[in-house]
Write a protein that binds this ligand. Sequence first.
Ligand SMILES: [Zn+2]
Length: 220
Amino acid sequence: MRLEITGIMKFGLLASTLLVSTDLLIGWYLRQKNRSPRLNEVFFVMSNALSCCPHTAKEDAIKKCPNPHCKAKLSRKIIEHIDSAKHLICIAMYMFTMIHISDAVMNAKRRGVNIRIISDSSMIASSNSQINRFQKSGINVRIAGDGDLYMHNKFCLIDVLSGEKSKENTHPLNGVLINGSMNWTANGFDRNWENILFTSDEHLKSEYKQAFDYIWSRIE
Ligand SMILES: [Zn+2]
């Protein structure tokens, strides 16, 4: 009799362990299934970028370029992310002179994407600055003024939405953060050692969005 009870207890223990394990496994599977695809990619501009493809190179040629630090690949990548925007683009950029990226921003405006740009007063006087072009086209631009801190950030948020709006986000990655050392200038792409990060990390996107909104409100 004692042997039978012990056997039943062992069977019960095994069955409940199996049930708990299956439950945990199903929970993990559902969490993975519902999770947005992730993006975490870092790009370094190295000295060999100088002799690599020009930004005007054809898309196929850029794709075939074997140099992982190809500057044209980087500018294409930024443009592709801007092209993917459906709702909102927030750009905080100390210097912005890259015409190819500026064209992508203008195209996004034509698609009806809401655009906010923050820059710095010390840099907009440059004849190559794209900030004047944005202002003339009616894009929302705010400039950190004299006597304030330099607005030295170089980041961009693609479809990072907060509050109620986030429920209607149709961006495939639920938004992207682009951040790094590089101004969007010819020098940034062609002359400097730089780094730039592309991420869909929810925590980082939220932190940068809050910072953007704070700067935006401070320089109104
Ligand atoms: Zn190249």
